[in-house]
Design a protein around this ligand. Structure first.
Ligand SMILES: Cc1ncc(COP(=O)(O)O)c(C=O)c1O
Length: 342
């Protein structure tokens, strides 16, 4: 029970907290990975912690089907489909975007787990939000007509309830770091729809945990990332009736590593992924964790992360992203020389 809410508790927590020895030596920092990519359904990822709460709420409300939205290759959609499969619910994903012409990455996994994906094509007239809204209404009506009771989960599971998964993770991290004797710990996470960061931040502040939370944005945010955080926090505060204030200066959010767009192929990001793969045998993804790790490497090299600083990067998953066509094509060009026909 966290802030008065129950969850399903299906996760293999605590997830591992592993020191990256070779990269720590190389960068002169003390780097750990929180292995939330190794969570146990649907190939894992951060959204499962949120879904423990969201799916519980859905089931308590008598829902028979989870409906969510995202990009066509949404990790959150894939994991919503995974939890639905595990609990005998139906699920569907609604996205705006074109079919890439091949059933790969998350689209493939969605199908394997029996979760349909509805792709609404851009029309050059309506905004993405308008198209998404219309498509959600259409798909909802279609399934309600078949007798399903729909529970709608917003983008990334990032609403007030969704933050609780990472509120719990902050508590878990404080316990793990205390057991390991680590002090002055900075936790760094990716920021997309922001539920992960907000959960860690609110958990840390509300429970007075000895952690510092840094978020790295992976896309430009209209009005700025701190502004988005302040608005989100106000909603959370009101929802739970928290007597907690977080001033803007306490939102340590970095906008230097989004590389201009969401899910764009970026050479520096791929290089950071190769660096992690070749030093630690850990796979990052090009959309989220690759950008975050690019930021960590740069911050260590430029002294924004201090020599010897204890840094925990949350590995939020997203590995299927390496198999999306537009990323894979770029990697194929760079890695083809690793193939030798003899
Ligand atoms: C792999 C991965 N990492 C990080 C994030 C960002 O998490 P949040 O949306 O809670 O900011 C996402 C969101 O989709 C994700 O799929």
């Amino acid at each position: 029970m966290t802030l008065g809410h129950d969850k399903l508790s299906f996760l293999n927590t605590p997830t591992r907290l592993d020191r990256m020895n070779r990269i720590s030596d190389d960068l002169g920092i003390n780097l750990f990975l929180k292995r939330d990519d190794l969570t146990n359904f649907g190939t894992g990822g951060n959204k499962l912690r949120k879904l423990e709460y969201l799916a519980k709420d859905a089931m308590d409300k008598g829902a028979t089907m989870l409906l969510t939205v995202g990009g066509p290759q949404t990790n959150h959609g894939r994991l919503t489909g995974a939890v639905a499969a595990k609990y005998g619910l139906k699920a569907a994903i609604v996205a705006v975007g074109a079919y890439p012409g091949e059933l790969s990455a998350n689209l493939l996994l969605d199908g394997i787990m029996g979760c349909p994906v509805y792709l609404a094509a851009e029309d050059g007239v309506h905004t993405e939000d308008e198209l998404l809204h219309k498509a959600v209404r259409q798909v909802t009506e279609e399934w309600e007509a078949k007798g399903e009771k729909i529970y709608y989960i917003p983008m990334g599971g990032s609403n007030e309830l969704g933050i609780l998964g990472y509120y719990d993770c902050a508590v878990e991290l404080a316990e793990q770091t205390a057991q390991m004797g680590l002090t002055d710990v900075r936790v760094i996470t990716t920021v997309g729809s922001m539920g992960t960061y907000m959960g860690l931040q609110v958990g840390t502040k509300n429970e007075k945990l000895p952690l510092h939370i840094t978020g790295i944005g992976i896309e430009p945010f209209e009005g700025g990332i701190v502004n988005k955080a302040e608005k989100y926090f106000e909603k959370v505060k009101e929802f739970y009736g928290l007597s907690l204030d977080i001033p803007a200066r306490d939102f340590d959010l970095i906008e230097d590593y989004h590389f201009g767009a969401y899910n764009n192929p970026v050479k520096e990001v791929r290089e950071a992924m190769y660096y992690m793969g070749r030093k630690e045998a850990i796979i990052l993804d090009p959309c989220y964790t690759g950008k975050t790790f690019t930021g960590i490497v740069d911050m260590a090299k430029t002294g924004k992360i201090k020599p010897g600083e204890n840094v925990i990067m949350i590995h939020t998953g997203g590995i299927p992203g390496i198999y999306t066509k537009h990323h894979r094509i770029e990697m194929e060009k760079e890695l083809e020389s690793y193939i030798h026909i003899i």
